[in-house]
Write a protein that binds this ligand. Structure first.
Ligand code: ADP
Ligand code: ASP
Ligand code: MG
Length: 404
């Protein structure tokens, strides 16, 4: 069987008109003799609305019921797609995760797909049916509904491609593909034709919402090629694939930026072994993800300043935990919400010397001050004042020739 998995994101199914359009895309593949597995997200805005409702009921909403609630968005969009296909004379059924079933592991709200039971879907495909499968959801060993984290329909599509040995996995979204940066930040961002799993994973983890990071880990592990393209136009998109398939002479492939980071500085903490661990232990116990960290060299050998970043939504909780922490002493706690992390990503930097210098110099030339730095083999991140975000992204695009 020549199977293709087509995943439609929220905007692609965001209205009745859009749903009519995507059914035409689906039928296009049927006409080319593909067996099509459709994966759909909830209509855009739907999941956010459900989250708002849960918060109005309780700010300590049960994680298990939260997943039941959030998974309902996908039920509506899948039924509408299948209903439209039926209307046009095609055999189609919607399938929720539990009906297949799609088994998941891990915690509620951030589960990962472990196994997909194939028999029912295969029979349906063989009989000429078009299954429309709810993304973002599955069940756990206790037979409870789980969800896969925000943007998790991408992971559903990739794992369905794996289990059904699909010839293609196509992620239809509202942009033409993976761009050199978020086109909402920089209109002139360019489409990347081909990108490695490693670079895409860094970009996704550093803020490129176009693909969910876990989904890229799954794709990389299972060597699933992904096409990312627009459901609004008929243009070629981006291929996400293994590094070996790519011959590219660019040093930098993409640039990301964040809008929801906050910087915390603890002034005057004791400079002795174990202090950093005492600071971060309660944060990790409360699942607060600490990102960039910098500790100043102590001027007097006794006290130092420690700076780190977290997501702004964790700010209140973090500052409470720090103030309540009896194991540490500090003189002052400074919070800065006006920061943004800008990162350049590219496997090319492994073999190209001087990339760090070029990045810092280009920013300095524009008077942009760097607050914190962190690096890995294929990325360099800097924390800057949010007001300089667009200027920084633009400047780095020019510096590394991404417009060409
Ligand atoms: P979908 O609902 O189709 O899953 P998402 O909203 O999750 O779509 O992801 C698409 C959005 O990702 C785009 O509208 C774009 O603003 C954003 N985005 C961020 N970074 C990038 C990037 N580098 N390339 C393309 N889109 C990006
Ligand atoms: N509907 C879910 C969300 O908004 C899953 C997805 O869109 O991929 O996060
Ligand atoms: Mg998405």
């Amino acid at each position: 069987m020549k199977i293709v998995v087509l995943k439609f994101g929220g905007t692609s199914v965001g209205s009745i008109e859009r749903i009519k359009k995507v059914t035409n895309i689906i039928i296009g593949y049927i006409k080319k003799k593909y067996k099509v597995i459709v994966v759909s997200s909830a209509m855009s805005g739907e999941t956010n609305e459900l989250i708002k409702k849960s918060k109005k009921i309780s700010n300590n909403f049960s994680p298990s019921e939260y997943d039941v609630l959030l998974s309902t968005g996908e039920q509506a969009s899948c039924a509408l797609i299948a209903g439209r296909l039926n209307h046009l004379g095609y055999k189609s059924n919607s399938w929720m995760g539990w009906q297949i079933p799609i088994f998941t592991e891990g915690n509620y709200c951030s589960s990962r797909i472990s196994t997909i039971y194939k028999k029912n879907i295969l029979n349906f495909l063989r009989s000429g049916g078009i299954p429309v499968i709810a993304g973002f959801q599955g069940i756990n060993v206790n037979n409870r509904i789980t969800t896969l984290g925000r943007g998790g329909s991408d992971a559903s599509a990739i794992m369905l491609s794996k289990f059904f040995k699909a010839k293609k996995c196509i992620i239809y979204t509202d942009v033409e593909g993976v761009m050199t940066t978020d086109p909402r930040t920089l209109k002139k961002a360019k489409k990347i034709k081909i990108i490695s799993y490693e670079e895409m994973l860094e970009m996704a983890s550093l803020g490129a919402k176009v693909m969910q990071p876990h989904s890229i880990q799954d794709a990389r592990l299972n060597r699933i090629n992904i096409d990312v393209k627009s459901s609004f136009t008929n243009k070629e998109g981006t291929l996400i694939t293994k590094r070996k398939n790519i011959s590219n002479n660019k040093t930098i492939t993409g640039i990301t930026s964040t809008k929801n980071d906050s910087k915390i500085t603890l002034v005057g903490v004791k400079d002795r072994p174990g202090v950093a661990a005492s600071i971060f232990k309660p944060l990790s116990q409360n699942f607060i993800n600490v990102d960039m960290v910098v500790q100043n060299i102590s001027a007097n050998g006794k006290e130092t300043d420690l700076t780190f970043t977290i997501k702004t939504e964790e700010l209140q909780k973090t500052s409470k935990l720090l103030r309540q922490n009896k194991k540490i002493k500090f003189k002052k706690l400074i919070i800065d919400k006006n920061v943004s992390k800008v990162s350049i990503i590219g496997v090319g930097m492994i073999t190209t010397p001087g990339v760090t210098y070029r990045m810092f110099q280009a920013l300095a030339n524009k008077g942009i001050n760097i607050l914190v730095i962190s690096t890995s083999e294929i990325k360099i991140s800097v924390l800057i004042n949010k007001k300089n975000l667009k200027k920084a992204v633009y400047t780095l695009h020019k510096e590394f020739g991404l417009y060409i």
